[in-house]
Design a binder for this molecule. Sequence first.
Ligand code: 4NP
Length: 148
Amino acid sequence: MKKVLMVCLGNICRSPLAEAILQSKVDSKEVLVDSAGTAAYHIGNLPDKRSIEVAEKYGLNINNQRARKFVEADFDEFDFIYAMDKSNYNNILLLAKNADDKQKVKLILNEISQDNHSVPDPYYGGDQGFENVYNMLDKACTVIANKL
Ligand code: 4NP
């Protein structure tokens, strides 16, 4: 079983979408996808209503997800760790114990183009932000699914 972890700040907007999108593109007997946040603000909460809505629009149900915080032990549990933005990336790396841990961490949009783009944080924006995030993540997850 390959294990992939999607990480953003709150684990309520971007990474829940990334989790569901990638899981929908792979065989669940072969690949497990989870998500987490680098911040503790929303632990135990459902995804943001706007993420739930855009997921539903594309046929994905994310109501089963609850936010959790990224922990050091995630480096042992997961093979691939995808950060949504540079700040998440840096905060994940601060918890890495060794070079093997560090190697697991990538910016998710570098799967599409190698120029260190971030998935914009849609939390304070409008619904168009969520649609935009969904489309970016869908493209990146197609590439990831094909490589797994
Ligand atoms: P996410 O978005 O990192 O994509 O889940 C955010 C969610 C909550 C906050 C910021 C970003 N917040 O400041 O509470």
